[in-house]
Ligand binder design. Structure first.
Ligand SMILES: Cc1ncc(COP(=O)(O)O)c(C=O)c1O
Length: 401
């Protein structure tokens, strides 16, 4: 009998693992590998947030947090949702989690029965389908529209909904595409959802603040207040506040689902790190101006990478409105031959070729459920990013056929 459970056997190992393992191997050989795979800002956590954590430690705020989270942080989350999203929540309708990841995971564990379906638009963040599987549910992957900024169309949503649909999962700005669903797009989805009152909406708003140009962030409960009662908002501090390692996320929604999530949390992590929660209060209540400053840098990098990649043979990428990723269409290199005589038959082949020939590590589109694409993160030093994109351009130029 296997020591590994059958439910875990249904989960795939991280699809980025093979490419990361190869990248580390090349690094160990002393090669100058540029990794474009990380989903985290390269900026440090702002000083006022770090100071709040130090003060919390010195004041002895180092014990277990109360169930659901430090009350001051739950209140700060409510203030944030009112201030930025125009939404009313009571602290009891929030839960503080160990990253947005735990919020998503707890929500699925708390809500899914065998056979329950979760509609997940592709390209999706790699963890969604596996979290649904771990929760005992069934991921129903549907394609979003690459010609419309990777937004989910109302027709596709309508076709995907069955009597077993429990959740629609939305993620805008999205990982890996950076796509943003605008207000009209959300209104169109809301129209479909109104006709299916049994479907709940989980909206992963973690890239809310990482937006560019004249993009305005909208979350569905704001656009369609009548859906508020069946919407769970998931958000966190990792991305905009440069706090990936602090592990603070949160969810806000109807008390039934929040209470169920707190129950899951009480039997797993107990609470998110107390010191980090106090840092989170400073993050949400404190100065927000660094966010715009960071976005200016990200936007410059986005535009730099786009201009080089769009001048590369066989690649094309539309300008995404948010997050810090480019999801590059590479169908133009499919079927071409590398200088070693190998044929590029898939996006995974292409990503391996980029790593072996030019020491650039990206992630193949198949990992995100839509091919042939590859994802790069531009959350790294601008000069290194430019060098990486020039290497990709050179690799494309060396393909034949
Ligand atoms: C779309 C999306 N959701 C959630 C997360 C989870 O972030 P964290 O657990 O650090 O808050 C990530 C991290 O990469 C993400 O890209």
């Amino acid at each position: 009998m296997s020591i590994v459970s059958s439910s875990l056997a249904r989960i795939k190992a991280s699809p980025t693992r093979a490419i990361s393992a190869r990248a580390s191997e090349l690094e160990r050989e002393g090669k100058d590998v540029i990794a474009l795979a990380a989903g985290e800002p390269d900026f440090d956590t702002p000083e006022h947030i770090r100071i709040a954590a130090i003060e919390a430690m010195n004041q002895g705020k180092t014990r277990y947090a109360p169930q659901g989270g430090v009350p001051e942080l739950r209140e700060a989350v409510c203030r944030k949702l009112k201030r930025e999203n125009g939404l009313d929540f009571a602290p009891a309708q929030t839960v503080i989690t160990t990253g947005g990841k735990e919020a998503l995971y707890d929500a699925f564990i708390a809500s899914l029965d065998p056979g329950d379906e979760v509609v997940i638009p592709a390209p999706y963040w790699v963890s969604y389908p596996d979290m649904v599987l771990l929760g005992g549910g069934t991921p129903v992957v549907v394609d979003s529209d690459p010609d419309n900024g990777f937004a989910l169309s109302p027709q596709t949503l309508e076709a995907a909904i069955t009597s077993k649909t429990k959740w629609l999962l939305l993620n805008s700005p999205g990982n890996p595409s950076g796509g943003v669903i605008d207000r009209a797009g959300l209104e169109a989805l809301a129209d479909v959802l109104r006709a299916h009152p049994h479907v709940w909406i989980m909206t992963d708003d973690i890239y809310e603040h990482v937006i560019y140009d004249d993009v305005v962030f909208n979350t569905i409960a704001q656009v369609a207040p009548d859906l508020h009662e069946r919407t769970l908002i998931v958000n966190g501090l990792s991305k905009a506040y440069c706090m990936t390692g602090w592990r603070i996320g949160y969810a806000a929604g109807p008390k039934t689902i929040i209470d169920a999530m707190i129950k899951v949390q009480s039997q797993s992590t107990s609470c998110a790190c107390t010191v980090s929660q106090w840092a989170g209060v400073a993050a949400l209540d404190g100065d927000q101006s660094f966010i715009a400053a960071n976005n200016t840098v990200f936007q410059e990098r986005r535009d730099l990478a786009l201009s080089i990649l769009n001048q590369s043979n066989g690649l094309s990428c539309a300008t995404p409105g948010g997050a810090f990723y480019l999801y590059v269409d590479c169908r133009g290199v499919m079927g071409k031959r590398t200088p070693n005589g190998a044929t590029v038959g898939s996006d995974e082949d292409f990503v391996k070729y980029l790593l072996d020939s030019e020491l650039v590590a990206g992630v193949h589109g198949a990992a995100f459920g839509m091919s042939p694409y590859f994802r790069i993160s531009y959350a790294l030093d601008t000069a290194r990013l430019e060098e990486a994109c020039l290497r990709i351009q050179r690799a494309c130029g060396s393909l034949e056929g």
